[in-house]
Ligand binder design. Structure first.
Ligand SMILES: Cc1ncc(COP(=O)(O)O)c(C=O)c1O
Length: 393
């Protein structure tokens, strides 16, 4: 090996920059140990679960939060709470993760896919009204990259047509629409703590409830269709089967892990924003030459630095960029494939073209973004992008 390197001439070993690396704050095992040593309660809805839920309720103003084992589970709970019946229609952007639609499909809904805006991947609120029929029950805005959808417009349409708004806030922790935290605006919302998110618990999620009328039923659905939560609070002297539901709550092991992350929220957010700003600063001059476009953050939205993405001018351009970065030990990845043309849904879709969604599916590329990424890594990545853009011109 050494000989071979000598023959080729000295080549400095470059370390691979992963797309994502989970960040551990250092207190996860301590809190898990604490939860275990409690010796009384390691299943769900214990001390750490309540502590995490209270943190969200007090910091962001949710009426009620319930931890779940994933964002997908939180969306499934939302579909149950919306009382979706076979044939009900749910408006979902096509440029999103499968779960935003799947949770409602499982309950029998027909998904009516909406296009993205031209300027960013969020649902084009201007098109929603034309998708509403007497069967429409729910609108699911997905705040892509933690950047808010146009919520005044969406909530206004929902009010006008008596629809429920379920925010898919999987990526939206600590981000706002105007002065309101994402996830607190719709009737219900779903967050993810999957290891790719800003705050993680391996797998994990949370249902946010902002409309009082859903709270009691949400707790019952959360606890396998029983009123066990009321029993534990001493409000009833026995608990039993009251409704549909499932086992949506995580154990205290997961909640203890999550608490170690939430304690470090500000530090994590500050570091991610620094990295995001550095990317923007270094890539802006290249974007100005027309090689790609940078993330768009409307005036009404804040940036929680969940993701840094570029939109290339073509699929070929994106493929070349991803390949070039891979050859140089940088893992960059594309994101969603259009759900309206997925193998599962294409024959159920009504055939409307959704060109903005398809453009993001073809042209969007996500660059490495995680707490332990260093500024020098961002500089190396941006240097490679600059080099490639220089070649292709
Ligand atoms: C927009 C969106 N919704 C839902 C999910 C599902 O989250 P989870 O993996 O926690 O179920 C994801 C996952 O990344 C997502 O990006």
């Amino acid at each position: 090996m050494v000989k071979e390197n000598a023959r080729k001439g000295f080549k400095k070993k470059v370390i691979m920059i992963d797309f994502n690396r989970p960040h551990f704050t250092g207190n996860e095992l301590r809190y898990i140990q604490d939860a275990v040593e409690d010796k009384k309660h390691i299943s769900g809805n214990g001390t750490y679960t309540k502590r995490c839920q209270r943190f969200f309720e007090e910091r962001y103003g949710f009426r009620k939060c319930l931890l779940t084992t994933s964002c997908t589970d939180a969306l499934e709970m939302a579909a149950m709470l919306c009382d979706i019946q076979p044939g009900d229609e749910v408006i979902v952007p096509s440029y999103t993760f499968v779960s935003s639609a799947l949770a409602f499909v499982r309950a029998g809904a027909k998904i009516v896919f909406a296009d993205s805006m031209r300027r960013n991947p969020n649902i084009d609120a201007e098109t929603i009204e034309s998708l509403i029929t007497p069967k429409t029950k729910v609108i699911v805005p997905v705040h892509y990259a933690g950047v808010a959808c146009d919520m005044d417009k969406i909530v206004g349409i929902a009010r006008c047509h008596n629809l429920i708004v379920v925010e898919d806030a999987a990526q939206s922790i600590d981000s706002c629409y105007k002065d309101r935290s994402l996830g607190t605006i719709g009737h219900l919302s779903a967050f993810s703590f999957h290891e790719t998110k800003n705050i993680i618990s391996g797998e994990g999620g949370m249902l946010g409830i902002n409309d009082e009328r859903f709270i009691r039923r949400a707790e019952i659905i959360w606890e396998k269709g029983t009123n066990r939560a009321e029993f534990f609070r001493g409000e009833v002297n026995k608990y039993g089967w009251c409704d549909v539901g499932s086992s949506f709550l995580p154990s205290e092991v997961v909640a203890a892990f999550l608490w170690a992350q939430l304690e470090e929220l500000e530090n994590i957010q500050n570091k991610r924003k620094q990295l995001w700003d550095r990317y923007y600063e270094l890539l802006e001059p290249i974007a100005e030459k027309g090689h790609f476009t940078l993330p768009d953050i409307p005036d009404y939205a804040t940036n929680n630095a969940h993701m840094f993405y570029l939109v290339c001018n073509s699929l070929e351009g994106r493929t070349t960029l991803i390949k070039y970065l891979r050859e140089n030990e940088v893992q960059a990845v594309f994101h969603y494939l259009s759900l309206h043309s997925s193998p599962y849904y294409q024959d159920k879709h009504d055939g409307r073209p959704l060109p903005n969604c398809d453009r993001f599916a073809d042209c969007l590329v996500r660059l490495p973004m995680y707490y332990d990424l260093e500024e020098k890594d961002v500089e190396r990545i941006c240097g490679l992008i600059k080099e490639l853009c220089h070649y292709v011109c």
